[in-house]
Design a binder for this molecule. Structure first.
Ligand SMILES: NC(=O)c1ccc[n+]([C@@H]2O[C@H](COP(=O)([O-])OP(=O)(O)OC[C@H]3O[C@@H](n4cnc5c(N)ncnc54)[C@H](OP(=O)(O)O)[C@@H]3O)[C@@H](O)[C@H]2O)c1
Length: 289
């Protein structure tokens, strides 16, 4: 129903939006590239596979250079695409220049931006390291926002391409004991829905994926690998999550919730009042030692 309303809105905006001033990109001899952050492992690595399988040239960004090189070689071997790599810490202030540097040097333009890199923090907020919370806000919120601000205007000008933000099912409800992480993902969903509205009918896809638990090293890195919610909510494989997310993006959905279980949980989370939901989620997320 919500998706149907969004599609109606897009059709209406398409009829009424001012025609974008088309920039001739082919004449400039630039090649389109799909930039994927956090592509060294997990969902980002699998999304790289999905885009490469459709012939997209890629720019893979993360900190682990060896893992990026391995991914680039595998993608070139399996899908015959060019995969550029950039080893960069996206919480450092120079990440935009670094990405733009590779784009310029290789004669590319950013056609698709996949904001996937993020990390979570478990446990009570008051016990988490302030520096880790700062880095979380930087990576999950600020970097995603500024990369979008940098590349979306050009996409709109070209009337093609898109932004795929990897949020989380956690973004539609408060998450006691993962408070800052859930809040960062709520920001991603809100930003995406607003930008999708602002740019409806302008030829650019703007989507957020909201997966439930996925079987990557994400939870282990947060120190919650044995958590109760992972037993309760059966993690999906990253390959399956990426397949569904890619097909939702290709189908121009605004919010993509991969899988039946996550879709049911998203439905309940949207209709149950937070006064009921928050203590329940707190009970589920609380670490039991
Ligand atoms: N796994 C889940 O259950 C789940 C559920 C819902 C949503 N999500 C979301 O899905 C996305 C991917 O998660 P995942 O499960 O694939 O996690 P993951 O396996 O931990 O992968 C995270 C990726 O982000 C990169 N990254 C982390 N910090 C970075 C930094 N400072 N600078 C540059 N890159 C950085 C990592 O690479 P390097 O370490 O090499 O930098 C890695 O490639 C995230 O947005 C996450 O919030 C995950």
């Amino acid at each position: 129903m919500t998706e149907w309303l969004r599609r109606l809105e897009t059709a209406w905006m398409r009829r009424n939006a001012p025609r974008p001033a088309m920039r001739v990109t082919n004449g400039e001899g630039l090649k389109p590239v799909c930039v994927i952050t956090g592509a060294s492992e997990g969902i980002g690595r699998e999304l790289a596979n999905e885009f490469a399988a459709r012939g997209h040239c890629l720019l893979l960004v993360a900190r682990n250079e060896a893992a990026l090189d391995t991914a680039a070689n595998e993608l070139a071997r399996d899908h015959h695409v060019t995969a550029h790599v950039l080893a960069a810490d996206l919480t450092e202030p120079d990440y935009l220049e670094k990405i733009q540097g590779v784009v310029n040097r290789e004669g590319l333009y950013v056609d698709i931006l996949v904001n996937n890199a993020a990390f979570g923090l478990g446990g009570p907020f008051t016990e988490q390291e302030p520096k880790r919370i700062e880095d979380l806000c930087r990576l999950n919120v600020e970097t995603l926002t500024m990369l979008t601000r940098r590349f979306l205007p050009e996409m709109v000008e070209r009337a093609r391409g898109g932004v795929l933000n990897v949020a989380s099912l956690g973004g539609i409800l408060p998450g006691p004991y993962q408070a800052a992480y859930y809040a960062s993902k709520a920001y991603v969903i809100s930003l995406t829905e607003a930008l999708a509205h602002e740019n409806a009918g302008r030829g650019v896809r703007i989507c957020a994926a909201a997966p439930g638990p996925v079987g990557t090293r994400f939870h282990e890195k947060m120190g919650v690998a044995g958590a109760f919610y992972l037993k309760l909510l059966l993690p999906m494989s990253p390959a399956r999550a990426a397949r569904i997310i890619h097909s939702g993006f290709a189908g121009r959905r605004t919010i993509i919730v991969p899988g039946l279980l996550a879709s049911l949980n998203a439905f309940w989370a949207r209709i149950v009042p937070h006064a009921v939901l928050t203590p329940l989620i707190g009970w589920i997320l609380k670490q039991r030692y």
